[in-house]
Design a binder for this molecule. Structure first.
Ligand code: 5AD
Ligand code: SF4
Length: 476
């Protein structure tokens, strides 16, 4: 059944990829994408449950569609993503005008769900089994990966793509809802991953980011051979057209020296490592059940610095986790000062129903203290990022051009000459510079003359033209 489709995506890279897959599968059966919900026959929300704020925003967006559905009952509204798996029936209770709820492990059913709804079916719930609702095998089976088709038109740029190598998580950090919403850790076969990478290369992809919740824990046991992430990266190198490989997100304890050696030795693997520490305090790490001490994190970080000296390391932190004292917070500040991360994503702890922390640990840090710690850590991190970025002034970096920057988009069509473009270095640093939008998808040298905490600002050297490429190099 053909029609018009609107999809809104929030959350992590996994969701971005899921949306790409869902849209590809629906385009195949005749749907076309539209930019406004009110113009669509089917409206999808791809949701996130990692923090309460993201869920509140989704419920409020759903609330705003109540009238539209009343006036146009033939329009179908579906909720997918982590909130669908976590809240299930509750979504129908809070938003009775929703037609179906589909978890991230059941996306292969989405075209049928929309069809049934358009034929007048009652509210449909398509979710995976809970972590205690069956044998491991049955639970795994109910969380399927959904990677059927690649659609370059659905990506922000056709030159960059995500490729899922692992789904789910078995780490069960006490604050985190992901092991419940995305199910048990399962790794795709190396053959499947290689095939998909070939398809992406044929579509003109230059940069691929391998995705997994704990991507460096990737391990696939096949006939007589075990493949780990390092082995997979080696195998993938012979796909010539792909110039850059990245992988996110890493788990500190699984950052093996073999993997770091692969990062060091494979010229196309980016020297960018996102390895969330979450806290710099052993007592907090213990309450989070992160499975390592801050000494072990430091040891890992020192090993990265030793083996891949120019690596850009980034991290995530949660501030105001249950019982976090000033002293414990300052241990996190210490770690940030010491590690000098390229950047850190900093979050205020948000209690998540269904997690161990929600069950066992009181959310006792007042909101204003969470807020203050968030600001303090962010300003320390930003100062470090800006200082480190300043070291790029005068240097030329290799940039994969992604298209117009935000400013470039605002001024597009209003001024003559080059527009402001944006792109990334191999180490994932954002660079803006003026140029012709036709350079999108090219790898260009850019000379940096100014910086902020989050951006390098540069210009194309005068001699630069479309054919000029820098020698391949995985660091900045
Ligand atoms: N509250 C706040 N932040 C969280 N994260 C995960 N769960 C929570 C939570 N309950 C953060 C972690 C993780 C990132 C994706 O989100 O830092 O690395
Ligand atoms: Fe969540 Fe921890 Fe798994 Fe990351 S490793 S997805 S924080 S449970």
């Amino acid at each position: 059944m053909a029609g018009r489709l609107f999809i809104e995506t929030v959350g992590c890279q996994m969701n971005v990829l899921d949306s790409e897959m869902v849209v590809a599968s629906l385009r195949k059966v005749g749907y076309e994408l539209v930019a406004e919900a009110r113009d669509a026959d089917a409206i999808l929300f791809n949701t996130c449950s990692v923090r309460e704020h993201a869920e509140d925003k989704t419920y409020s967006a759903l609330g705003k569609l109540k009238r539209l559905k009343l006036e146009h009952p033939e329009k179908i509204i579906g909720v997918m993503g982590c909130m669908a798996q976590k809240d299930q029936q509750l979504i129908f209770d809070r938003a009775p005008h929703v037609d179906f709820v589909v978890g991230p492990g059941q996306l292969q059913r989405i075209a049928a769900l929309i069809d049934e709804a358009r034929k007048g079916a009652e509210q449909q719930l398509a979710v995976s089994l809970g972590r205690r609702d069956g044998t491991r095998e049955a639970i795994e089976r109910s969380h399927e990966t959904f990677d059927p088709l690649r659609d370059p038109e659905m990506r922000p740029t056709p030159f960059q793509a995500y490729l899922r190598i692992q789904i789910g998580c078995d780490k069960f950090c006490t604050y985190c809802v992901v092991p419940m919403t995305r199910g048990p850790e399962q790794c795709r076969t190396p053959a499947e991953i290689y095939e998909e990478a070939r398809v992406l290369a044929d579509q003109g992809c230059l940069e691929v980011t391998l995705l997994g919740q704990t991507v460096n824990s990737y391990e696939h046991r096949g006939a007589g051979a075990t493949t780990r992430l390092a082995d997979l990266l080696v195998k993938l190198q012979d796909i010539e057209a792909i110039r850059r490989w990245k992988f996110v997100t890493n788990y500190p304890r699984d950052m093996s020296s073999e993997l770091l050696a692969a990062v060091r030795d494979l010229p196309k693997v980016s020297h960018y490592l996102h390895v969330p520490a979450q806290s710099g305090s052993n007592s907090v790490l213990r309450r989070m059940k992160r499975g390592y001490t801050v000494e072990q994190y430091r040891e890992m970080h020192a090993r990265i610095r030793e083996m891949v000296p120019d690596a850009a390391v980034s991290s995530d932190f949660i501030v105001g986790f249950c019982g976090e004292t000033d002293e414990e917070f300052h241990e996190t500040v210490e770690l940030v000062r010491e590690c000098r991360f390229k950047n850190s994503f900093i979050f205020k702890y948000s209690v998540r129903p269904g997690t161990k922390a929600c069950e066992l640990l009181p959310d006792d840090v007042p909101h204003d203290i969470k807020q203050r710690r968030n600001h303090e850590l962010l300003s320390i991190q930003d100062a470090i990022s800006e200082e480190d970025n300043a070291g790029f002034i005068g240097r030329t970096v290799e940039v994969l051009v992604e298209g117009l920057s935000k400013r470039g988009m605002r001024t597009a069509g209003t001024q003559a000459g080059p527009a402001q473009l944006t792109g990334r270095t191999p180490c994932d640093r954002i660079v803006v510079f003026d140029g012709d939008v036709a350079l999108t998808g090219q790898v260009m040298p850019v000379k940096i003359h100014d910086v902020t905490a989050h951006t390098l600002i540069g210009e194309l050297p005068a001699a630069a033209n479309r054919d000029q490429l820098l020698p391949l190099y995985a660091g900045d």
